[in-house]
Design a protein around this ligand. Structure first.
Ligand code: THG
Length: 263
């Protein structure tokens, strides 16, 4: 399981301010910091508050790539904004994200082929986010079938069951875990899975406890990647522990490495 660093997101005030002022310092600080903590991708999101989103995304991609070689996960509801960023990515990127809807899937899978990008497919459509696992999985099947028809390999398709805050959508979280588990039965080879981990704790107390507990539960259900706080030390320890318990770290090297970091 790997982490896509969540921190370069206009949802955070320091990042929104930096994007508006075109101040590279906070962006590059968080790019370096998340890489040092072990992030494998960096999520880049402008957030809704900045105008001229395409121009802002171009600046954000260039500013980030000045200090890191990590691949980028371009996060926007606008495919034009994502494409503006993709044109500048030095390494194959991840497109975040596409719902199970036409013609959006056509646009995104065509773009993914052209730029050799991976794609996050969301368990949502015109009707919104389903509550139960089975409807989520039905949407995943549509994404798998559409991606295959555009020649996207399953290792480049990341299915996201859409995590909601557990204090608002209590009934969703167990369904998210059930949906994750079923992804591995959808195709051979199986598509991958991803979640926005910190969504689970938005607006709740002791967010770190909810985040790390949900991470362990999701790993037990086949999670491959999480957009998450890459620098939360206890989260990283919990992930290492969950991976060794799930036999995903058979010699325990990563677990022992995580224990050493602690002392
Ligand atoms: N799936 C996919 N992409 C996603 C999400 C997802 N991208 C965005 C989000 N969800 C994942 N990233 C974050 C980043 C930050 C927070 C949550 C998820 C967060 N932010 C603070 C808050 O809202 O309380 C910001 C406030 C602050 O601290 O300044 O929690 O699910 N594919």
């Amino acid at each position: 399981m790997f982490i896509i660093g969540e921190r370069i997101n206009g949802m955070f005030k320091d990042i929104a301010d930096a994007i508006r002022a075109r101040d590279p310092y906070p962006i590059q600080k968080w790019a370096r910091r998340q890489e040092a903590c072990g992030a494998r991708y960096l999520d880049l999101s402008i957030g809704p508050l900045v105008r001229d989103q395409e121009k802002a995304m171009r600046w954000l991609v260039q500013t980030t790539q000045e200090v890191t070689d990590l691949p980028l996960c371009l996060d926007s509801i606008s495919f034009d904004v994502i494409e503006a960023g993709l044109e500048l990515c030095k390494r194959p990127a991840m497109i975040n994200a596409v719902p199970a809807e036409w013609p959006k899937m056509e646009r995104v899978f065509t773009m993914a082929k052209r730029y050799n990008a991976a794609v996050i497919g969301l368990a949502m459509n015109e009707q919104g986010i389903p509550q139960d696992a089975d409807t989520r999985v039905a949407l995943f099947m549509e994404l798998v079938s559409a991606a295959s028809s555009y020649g996207i390999p399953m290792e480049s398709l990341y299915l996201d069951p859409m995590v909601l805050p557990c204090n608002v959508g209590q009934a969703h979280s167990p369904e998210v875990l059930l949906a994750l588990r079923q992804v591995k039965l959808l195709a051979e080879p199986a598509p991958r899975t991803v979640i926005g981990l910190s969504n689970i704790s938005q607006g709740a107390k002791n967010r770190a406890l909810l985040n790390k507990t949900f991470a362990a539960m999701a790993i037990a259900n086949g999670l491959d990647a999480a957009i998450a706080d890459a620098c939360d030390a206890e989260l990283l320890e919990t992930i290492a522990a969950a991976r060794v318990i799930m036999n995903l770290d058979p010699y325990g090297d990563d677990y022992i490495g995580a224990c050493r970091k602690k002392v």
